[in-house]
Design a protein around this ligand. Structure first.
Ligand code: 59J
Length: 557
């Protein structure tokens, strides 16, 4: 009996083991079948589903001018990409795809082959959605799509330096696009999706995080004045066959930049074979000796010193003056000039005599107070702070040449900022391009001195070297400048910078403008001949655009 029971137990045990073995094998087989056969089966049905985390690109904020005109705008586009391995399996339709992408078939196949080790290659970026849909309609295996944004610059080359541009991944590269990238870019979102083998999203499973669109940014610039300044600068540069140039226009009451243009410029909407020297925002990066455009500040020191009044007379006879070993000439012997006459005729001799009679530190301090040597902080990356020599005991010749604009270097925006201190009645007002700088105005000269300077500068435009800056309907106060550039063998008689710096209307200035033309070729090269006319044409248009009442109505009538 015992033996029988033992046998039954053994059989029961074997049966149990056998049962478990069969169940396990079946389960394994089932799993394998599911993953291999069914998967293929599902695969063939194209129903394979994979879960992925998709990034949702954020819409980049718009850049606008002060009146809301778009300067940089993002529009939705589609980028097509592929998994080369999958694409190679769909051999038949590769040619059709190449055709749609307008790429020679052999070239396209070579590219796919070359990249077959990669899990991802772009086929075409930033397609208009309709074109992308046409290509996706081919339902080519291994081709996927992604929503992106294309950045477009309606102002083109006119606003190129100011606005700058982004790269194809929507990252700021230059200009405001770079310096305000954090503000503009927003935050990409994430979502969990179920997608089929074509890469189409079968359905969103759930948003992980919503994309936060970037914020819009409004600049102080008035696009109408920007166009005007750009057009007049461009025609002057080509007419005088100059190397480069800049124009900066400021609103006197607020210190806002209404226009800031450079030549050469570039088209930010098509940057293939870009000439990098055209990308530089010269108005804030390039520095040069300002020459005679600083003479009004030396005269301001004379008036502030109490040693001189606007009627004081300086004798410039015989038309040159020896300072140390150097002889400083005037273009002619102007004899006795009042301070206004020194400005009107841009007399080097007159300004030299004045400077040598003044405390050299006071001149240095005035130049520093009006902003030379410090960047304007308008928020454009790469802005130069220029060069103001550290003040120390100067030789007489250095005191003289510094007083008429050599030995220091400024940018066009710094020169504009300095003239703003005269136009505003003696107040140093910060410039602004985005938002408004806090009006931490500080007085750098008395209101009376500023008023005297404006009257002297008005003579420049009415009867002095800057007569071409004058306009029919509005009075002008300003200063010409013609500075030889430093070449290999010292100052070069064949390379000049021509300037006009001024304000209008002279009685109560609304606008300050700086025109700088770099290396005009030909026999005309003076600031009065080259830069002053640009000032006149830009300001005439700008004042009308701003509905400023003409103050020469009697003359204009
Ligand atoms: C000039 C200079 C160079 C640097 C002279 C321009 C000096 C000088 C040493 C001769 C052309 C030229 C540090 S004259 O801007 O005097 O307003 O249109 O470049 O003087 O000492 O063939 N203004 N310009 N000088 N250097 N160093 C006059 C003046 C100015 C003009 C013209 C030309 C110069 C009438 C300049 C104007 O006011």
């Amino acid at each position: 009996m015992d033996k029988l029971v033992g046998k039954i137990d053994a059989i029961r045990l074997y049966l149990m083991i056998a049962f478990f073995v069969v169940v396990t094998v079946t389960l394994c087989a089932r799993v394998i079948v599911l993953n291999v056969v069914d998967n293929d089966f599902l695969q063939d049905q194209g129903d394979a589903r994979t879960i992925r985390i998709k990034r949702i690109n954020a819409h980049r904020g718009m850049i606008q001018d002060r009146r809301g005109k778009p300067l940089a705008i993002s529009s939705p586009v589609v980028s097509l990409w592929a998994k080369p391995k999958e694409l190679l399996k769909a051999d038949a339709s590769i040619d059709e795809l190449a055709q749609k992408l307008e790429v020679p078939t052999h070239e396209f196949r070579a590219k796919i082959e070359r990249n077959k080790g990669k899990g991802f290659i772009y086929l075409r970026r930033h397609l208009p959605p309709a074109v992308a849909d046409e290509i996706l309609a081919l339902k080519t295996k291994g081709v996927y799509s992604e929503r992106e944004y294309h950045r477009y610059y309606p102002g083109g080359e006119v606003t190129a330096h100011l606005v700058g541009f982004t790269d194809i991944d929507d990252r700021g590269q230059e200009g405001i696009e770079l310096s305000f990238d954090e503000w503009l870019k927003g935050t990409p979102g994430k979502k969990k999706v179920l997608q089929n083998r074509y890469g189409d999203i079968v359905r969103d499973i759930m948003p992980v995080s919503e994309a936060q669109p970037g914020k819009n940014l409004e600049l102080s610039v008035d696009l109408r004045i920007q166009y005007l300044a750009y057009r007049e600068l461009k025609s002057a540069i080509s007419y005088f066959n100059a190397k480069a140039g800049s124009v900066v226009i400021l609103d006197v009451q607020t210190g806002e930049i209404l226009a800031l243009v450079n030549q050469p410029s570039f088209n930010p909407n098509n940057r293939t074979n870009l000439d990098l020297s055209a990308v530089r925002n010269r108005a804030v990066t390039d520095i040069f000796e300002p020459g005679s455009t600083v003479k009004p500040f030396t005269v301001a020191v004379a008036l502030e010193s109490g040693e001189y009044t606007k009627n004081s007379v300086v004798d410039t006879h015989p038309g040159f003056i020896k300072v140390g070993a150097k002889t400083i000439p005037d273009p002619a012997n102007y004899g006795e000039l009042d301070l206004g006459g020194i400005i009107e005729k841009s007399s080097q001799v007159g300004i030299t005599k004045l400077a040598l009679s003044l405390d050299e530190y006071e001149i240095w301090n005035m130049f520093s107070s009006v902003g030379f040597g410090e960047s304007t902080g308008i928020g454009v990356l790469g802005e130069s702070s220029g060069f103001l020599p550290s003040h120390r005991r100067w030789k007489d010749i250095e005191r003289a040449t510094f007083a008429y604009g050599y030995g220091l270097q400024v940018t066009p925006v710094q020169l504009a900022a300095s003239y703003l201190t005269i136009a505003s009645g003696g107040i140093k007002r910060p410039l602004s391009l985005v938002g408004r700088s806090p009006m931490d105005d500080q007085r750098v000269m008395s209101r009376a001195v500023a008023a005297d300077l404006i009257k002297m500068l008005q003579r420049v435009a009415e009867s002095g070297t800057g007569s071409k800056a004058s306009m029919e309907a509005y009075s002008v106060a300003g200063k010409t400048g013609t500075a030889r550039k430093v070449g290999k063998a010292g100052y070069d008689d064949t390379r000049h910078i021509a300037f006009f710096a001024g304000m209008t209307p002279a009685e109560s200035p609304r606008l300050v403008g700086i025109v700088m033309i770099d290396e005009p070729k030909g026999d005309q090269y003076g600031g009065g001949a080259i830069a002053a006319p640009v000032f006149s044409r830009v300001m005439a248009g700008a004042l009308r655009l701003l509905n400023v009442t003409p103050n020469y109505l009697d003359k204009a009538a």
